[in-house]
Write a protein that binds this ligand. Structure first.
Ligand code: SF4
Length: 317
């Protein structure tokens, strides 16, 4: 690990000021991904600003039936919150499908959104990787790519976003609330928060330098059932090969793209009266295999069909 300096902040503006004031500074909260990346020198911050003591760990009801989740709410707390379990069960299920109990106790809502891909080559500094070192090439294109994207990829990067939580938040049409160094807050729709790789796979989110996630806002749940299903290589502590979140008639997918994938074509097809199989087919028209990940296309189709059915079953109780 490269040497770095460290400070702890207790108020939001000074944390943002500290990161903005020093080049190559980063916020650290649970650190469940950042520390791993620092150990293998994929991340080499010169300065860390610890935000664990900021007052951002509450879950509050908002007028109109929305729920505001502070950025420092731990994944285990969020999954167990009675309002989440009753009104947003897809989110609780997605959280409990991710990581391990110990990691969920440490990992935060904001940090979960910012975790980075688990592409093997991203972690291996001996191999070319455009995300880690822009312009060096993408080792996964011709390499081991069974965990990689089938939708929205580019010739520069075919990595996928690893979060389960973010897939449920996308299906629920959550918004990410941020604060910048100039004191301005803004809300970013989940569909706009993460980026597709395009020519700049190193740019992963809409955050500006020094901008801090302070909360995630869940609108009132849509009518209809909810469900989260995840296929992975082992029964726990593994990232999704393919996952699907359904909330009413809103659908998102994980493990298939550089960002949580809102399945708008499947949603439109369902609204037009198509059956779930036809809806899945509509979504997967642009799906592309890179060799090792070909299985994800039929798997995604089955997952969309099955998760829609599960959500309907859950609505019936
Ligand atoms: Fe790097 Fe993306 Fe290629 Fe993986 S898929 S090697 S993260 S550029």
């Amino acid at each position: 690990m490269k040497p770095f300096t460290y400070e702890r902040s207790t108020d939001v503006q000074s944390a943002i000021g500290a990161v903005s004031a020093r080049p190559n500074s980063k916020f650290i909260a649970g650190g469940t991904n950042l520390i791993d990346l620092m150990k293998v020198q994929v991340e080499t911050p010169a300065h860390l600003v610890d935000v664990n003591h900021l007052p951002l760990a509450n879950i509050e009801d908002l007028e109109g039936g929305s729920l505001r989740i502070g950025a420092l709410v731990r994944n285990s707390t969020l999954a167990g919150d009675i309002r989440v379990r009753e009104r947003y069960p897809v989110l609780s299920e997605a959280l409990l499908a991710g990581a391990s109990g110990q990691l969920r106790n440490k990992a935060t809502t904001g940090g979960n959104l910012l975790q980075r891909t688990r592409c093997f080559y991203f972690y291996n500094t001996a191999m070319p990787c455009n995300k880690r070192e822009p312009g060096s090439g993408c080792s996964a294109l011709q390499g081991l790519n069974r965990i990689h994207a089938i939708l929205g990829a580019s010739s520069e990067c075919i990595a996928v976003h690893p979060s389960d939580m973010a897939v449920a938040l996308t299906a629920l049409e959550a918004r990410v609330e941020t604060l910048s160094a100039d004191g301005k807050t803004r809300e970013i729709a989940m569909t706009e928060f993460h980026k597709l790789p395009g020519d700049t796979p190193e740019v992963e989110t809409a955050l500006k330098p020094g901008e801090l996630i302070i909360a995630v806002i869940l609108p009132p749940p849509p009518p209809g059932g909810q469900a989260y299903r995840k296929v992975r290589d082992r029964a726990s502590y593994a990232f999704a090969l393919v996952s699907v979140a359904v909330a009413g008639d809103q659908i998102a997918m994980g493990g298939v793209a550089h960002k949580p994938w809102r399945a708008t074509k499947a949603e439109q097809a369902l609204r037009s009266g198509a059956d779930p199989a036809a809806a899945a087919d509509a979504e997967l028209v642009p799906a592309r295999s890179y060799g090792g990940n070909e299985y994800k296309i039929p798997l995604s189709r089955r997952m969309i069909i099955r998760t829609i059915a599960q959500a309907k079953e859950n609505a019936r109780g």
